[in-house]
Design a protein around this ligand. Structure first.
Ligand code: GUN
Ligand code: ZN
Length: 429
């Protein structure tokens, strides 16, 4: 038996899908609770006094009225866009050409890739994010840098080499063959090593030839144990362009489906302007959608239908989409998801928002048996929030009658100042 640590505080875990069951049935709250950690895993969760009495030998970390939650899971990010987040004035295609591609070009230098990977993990940890799914750049060294940094920190991550062989500048294009070969080599080196997973990563249909999409589809067929991540129906101009580039496709999703890139384990970022056939097919194959709300308002993309798609049983994760998104904070991201739902006439409960950022994202990644909930046997990735981290938040939380009302101001107004502690793989960072 290893060393045991007992974290005490308020505890909150949404242990099932609140869009399916109703949040009251699945939210687990203890006003004075504890989480017992051993060998990097959660061993038990319950009332503080019971756990303290049963495990007097455990080292205590008492967070008082701090709120202990599962660590946040960012289901779609671009770590190479860290240094160009919040770039002004463009919509998607112009934004890619003006800001994104020039920045991604800099990752030809492995030293720069390593520097940004370190900066990205420092920033995300400070914001309470313990797992992320990231695009890298076309350069294999960018993937190496990302995974090496994650491995050093013991962090569960998913990432892959971004593949694109057209409609991108010279120096930022691979080929169908090199994308296949490089992705395969990286996958064989990294997938399943410690807490690292490889995701096959065609950027999106406009930047891949049909030959490259087929090569990615072939690789996925050889490695169905891997996730596949891409972008889908983010902006109307982009969708019109996809129709021009793939004149025989029924819709945007069909450009993936026709090349073996639709299936369970497919992670489709944005998925805003979906046609009925696309929604039906995504549901039929049990694919995952990833909502990127700060990005969708920042780049002006549109209003994702969280309530409709999640209530229909689709796997929906939540993500920052750094640096199309305008924040590293999953709190800010939950706030933006709330605001977008409001613009659609729906109010998401704080339990819905917490679920999207934890268990919902874990379910989107098909990792719900490992991360995203405070339950025995789950990996010990935790965040501890201060629900009174600024004067503005504190004075509002002081009026609260229950935990949800105390938590909501931190969701809406909180940032890295609200993150009191982060535990990754059973260790405080
Ligand atoms: N579509 C293709 N690439 C990107 C990207 O880097 N960010 C966003 N938001 N959308 C994309
Ligand atoms: Zn993206």
């Amino acid at each position: 038996m290893g060393e045991m640590t007992l974290l005490l505080g308020q505890t909150l875990s949404v242990n099932g899908d609140p869009f399916a069951a109703g949040w009251e049935a699945v939210a687990q709250v203890e006003s004075r609770g504890g989480v017992l950690i051993e060998d990097g895993l959660i061993r038990s969760v319950g009332p503080a006094d019971e756990l303290s009495a049963a495990h007097p030998e455990a080292e205590l970390r008492d967070y008082g009225d701090g709120l202990i939650l599962p660590g946040f899971i960012d289901a779609h990010a671009h770590f190479p866009q860290t240094a160009m987040i919040a770039s002004w004035g463009k919509r998607l295609i112009d934004w890619l050409n003006t800001y994104t591609f020039p920045e991604e070009m800099r990752f030809a230098d492995p030293a720069y890739a390593a520097e940004i990977a370190k900066r990205y993990f420092d920033l995300t940890a400070a914001h309470g994010t313990t797992t992320m799914v990231s695009f890298c750049t076309i350069h294999p060294a960018s993937v190496e840098a990302f995974f090496a940094e994650a491995e050093a920190r013991g962090q569960r991550v998913v990432a892959g080499k971004t593949c694109m062989d057209r409609n991108a500048p010279e120096g930022l294009r691979d080929t169908a063959q090199s994308a296949y070969d490089d992705s395969k080599a990286l996958l064989e080196t990294w997938h399943g090593r410690g807490r690292i997973s490889y995701a096959i990563t065609p950027r999106f249909s406009p930047t891949s030839t049909p030959e490259q999409l087929s090569a990615m589809g072939a690789l996925w067929a050889e490695h169905p144990e891997c996730l596949m991540q891409t972008h889908l129906s983010e902006q109307t101009d982009e969708i019109a362009w996809v129709k021009e580039l793939f004149p025989t496709a029924r819709d945007y999703l069909d450009t993936y489906e026709a090349h073996g890139l639709l299936g369970p384990g497919g992670l489709y970022g944005h998925a805003i302007h979906l046609e009925a056939r696309e929604i039906d097919r995504l549901k039929e194959v049990d694919a995952s959608l990833v909502h990127c709300p700060t990005s969708n308002t920042f780049i002006g993309s549109g209003l994702f239908d969280t309530m409709g798609l999640a209530s229909w049983g689709l796997r929906v994760g939540l993500a920052t989409d750094t640096g199309g998104g305008s924040s590293f904070s999953m709190l800010r991201t939950m706030a933006a998801a709330y605001e977008i739902a409001q613009l659609r006439g729906e109010a998401l409960h704080p339990a819905h928002l917490i679920w999207l950022a934890t268990g919902g994202s874990a379910r989107a990644l098909r990792m719900e048996d490992r991360i995203g909930r405070l339950m025995p046997g789950m990996e010990a990735d935790l965040v501890v929030l201060d629900l009174a981290s600024t004067p503005a938040i504190a004075q509002r939380a002081a009026e609260a009658d229950d935990l949800w009302e105390a938590l909501f101001p931190t969701i809406m107004m909180g940032d890295d100042r609200a993150v009191r502690a982060v535990w990754i793989n059973g260790r405080a960072t």
